[in-house]
Design a protein around this ligand. Structure first.
Ligand code: OGA
Ligand code: MN
Length: 291
């Protein structure tokens, strides 16, 4: 047996760390069922240790994905309501479809193809995101993850000291600008005013420091635009170097759960987007104020 295999107390499922920096594969667990507290505990331990959990062979309804997600905290719901006032199920559908439901290489937003950490333009950004593959292209459509703890730890000492206490403005407006998308509307800007987060954040679960950068950043507090951009871009390119990256190649039935507090991620366009549908169900767990 693989020396890394961790067989939890009920013996029904395995948690196998991937070779390399991060990620673990969990097999033999049916996430549609109600999970016992010790199982949730094992999953949380693995989540803190490996940052990306890949649950194989799942077939979850939206409701089941919501229930599974609720094991880890409060769901980030939608602001909008149905005409009857009811809340929408807080499942977001990630896809490459046009308004007529046809696959397209020019989806209405291309934000996901740039390195980011979910909702860093919120005062309280997302803790975890869960994506469940429902329809996949025959090959490609990967998701890449970059380890921002390793990114921080491998910086030269003088850079660490220089950035230690810096704070960064993140905003929806900057995000739209950075990714070349249609500019944020006045209503959007009012809805999502800029927020400020530490450039180096401490993970509340592990106590480790990590870079907090990505496409939603505007500028460093008290620094000129150009100096800010150069610094933020150089930190982002450092932490997304291949040695800090895991590329997830999706298999039907995969559910992947990742930690937004110590990772950047992005979708890859490595498939024929005009031809093949790529549909994933997405739920998000609310986080806490970064410090
Ligand atoms: C997301 C996201 C990437 C992908 O759902 O937050 O960035 O590969 N998705 O679809
Ligand atoms: Mn994302």
């Amino acid at each position: 047996m693989d020396a890394h295999v961790n067989v939890p107390q009920d013996g029904n499922f395995t948690i196998r760390p991937l070779d390399g920096l991060m990620g673990a594969k969990i097999e033999g667990l049916n996430l549609s069922a109600t999970l016992e507290a010790p199982v949730v505990h094992d999953i949380l331990d693995a989540f803190l240790a490996h940052h990306i959990l890949i649950f194989r062979d799942q077939d979850l309804s939206k409701e089941a994905q919501v229930s599974f997600t609720e094991n880890f905290g409060e769901l980030e719901g939608h602001v909008h309501r149905l005409p009857n006032g009811k809340k929408l199920p807080p499942v977001h559908i990630v896809n490459n479809l046009d308004p007529e439901g046809r696959p397209t290489a020019k989806p209405h937003t291309t934000g996901n193809y740039h390195w980011h950490t979910d909702k860093s333009y919120h005062a309280v950004p997302s803790l975890a995101t869960l994506l469940h593959a429902r329809e996949l292209p025959p090959t490609g459509g990967d998701t890449l993850f970059a380890n921002t703890t390793r990114g921080y730890e491998t910086l030269p000492e003088e850079t660490k000291q220089r950035i230690e206490d810096l704070r960064v403005i993140h905003s929806w407006e900057a995000s739209r600008r950075n990714t070349g998308n249609a500019p944020a509307t006045e209503a959007e800007k009012k809805d999502r005013p800029p927020v400020t987060h530490p450039l180096v954040r401490t993970h509340p679960g592990t106590g480790k420091k990590a870079l907090y950068v990505g496409m939603h950043t505007s500028h460093v507090e008290g620094m000129s635009e150009s100096e800010s951009r150069a610094l933020l871009d150089s930190l982002a390119s450092h932490t997304t170097k291949p040695e800090f990256v895991y590329t997830h190649t999706w298999r039907p039935g995969d559910l992947v759960m990742w930690d937004n507090r110590c990772l950047l991620h992005r979708a890859d366009t490595n498939y024929d987007m005009d031809k093949h549908r790529r549909i994933l169900y997405r739920t998000v767990v609310r986080g806490s104020l970064p410090f």
